[in-house]
Unconditional design. Structure first.
Length: 323
């Protein structure tokens, strides 16, 4: 049974994240401390220094992957479920437009409502249904809910997302230092656990001092991103509702299917579903902006989803605790 003390722990874990996010937003919108170019510099600081050290530190000190194998497999099955659902949708659209109404022009515009056979909507739907903000939001949140073992699983899922799921959207791993940092962290963790090694104090301290900046500056950078937008909601209400439903309903539902198929029960099942209900990854918006794939939808889901994630996750936490 989930008590008020458990809810308070979740709020206590999330409040500092919102504080850093609020400072970033206020720095741009109200105080005008940063120009757009300076915000880009902060973003590069996060991408090339804060986040890689943060990811390496957590992976290097994480436990073995043994406890998380089933959750990782369930996450992969969930992504397959999303892909199959999107494939079924595009097949139905193609059949409706090209078989039943062959003379009707296909909805090829990327900004069209998702009712026509547009492959770009499959990519957007996949991003909404699979890519979450695991490191910045999931790590402190799941740690507060279930402890270190849950945090380690979220870190492992974030590694998989950075190494496997994001590179295809980014066109490869060459320009993503977070991929290399995650892989090096996993490699060191495996070697250290196998031969009972400890990282030299000088190296550990040097990494830790940079890693400790990762969470705060990462959320601050998210606040800068929100503050730079002309409007918090830049797409139509229908698309906003669809995006939020994909992120907070379809993604956990797909993960629940994958988890149940692999026999996950108890806290493992709860952690798998909760991590799927985390807010949208900012990286998904960056790729959408680069490739001109419904960046307005991704921007809105990142902003609104991040702001609305606390009550949504608390609701999931309470409901799952009753099962």
């Amino acid at each position: 049974m989930i008590g008020w003390g458990d809810v308070y722990k979740v709020v206590s874990a999330m409040a500092p994240l919102y504080f850093a996010l609020g400072l970033g937003y206020a720095s741009v919108q109200w105080w005008k401390f940063f120009t757009r170019d300076q915000c880009d510099a902060v973003n590069r600081l996060v991408i090339y220094f804060a986040l890689p050290f943060f990811a390496f530190d957590f992976n290097a000190h994480a436990g073995t992957f043994a406890a998380g194998y089933r959750v990782l497999a369930a996450d992969a099955v969930a992504k397959l479920v999303v892909v199959l659902a999107l494939a079924g949708w595009i097949a139905y659209c193609c059949w409706r437009h090209w078989i039943r109404a062959p003379k009707a022009p296909p909805a090829s515009s990327a900004s069209a409502w998702p009712g026509g056979p547009s492959w770009s909507w499959c990519i957007t739907g996949y991003s909404l249904g699979t890519l979450n903000n695991g490191l910045f939001v999931g790590v402190p949140l799941l740690d507060a809910m279930y402890g270190k073992w849950a945090r380690d699983i979220v870190v492992q899922l974030s590694v998989l997302q950075a190494v496997v799921w994001l590179p295809p959207a980014a066109g490869g791993v060459g320009g993503n230092p977070n991929v290399y940092a995650s892989l090096l962290g996993v490699l060191w963790s495996s070697v250290a656990n196998r031969w009972h090694l400890e990282m030299p104090g000088i190296v550990d301290g040097s990494i830790s001092i940079m890693s400790r900046t990762g969470l705060g500056i990462g959320m601050f950078n998210t606040g800068l991103f929100i503050g730079l937008q002309d409007k918090l909601v830049v797409c139509r209400p229908g698309l906003t509702a669809l995006g939020m439903a994909m992120r907070f309903v379809a993604a956990p539902a797909a993960t629940a299917v994958g988890a149940l198929l692999l026999g996950l029960r108890g806290d493992l099942l709860r952690v798998a579903i909760l991590q799927a209900a985390l807010p949208q990854s900012v990286g998904a918006f960056i790729f959408a902006l680069e490739y001109d794939l419904h960046a307005d939808v991704l921007s809105t889901v990142v902003i609104v989803g991040t702001l609305a994630s606390l009550p949504v996750i608390i609701t999931y936490y309470i409901v799952l605790g009753l099962l």
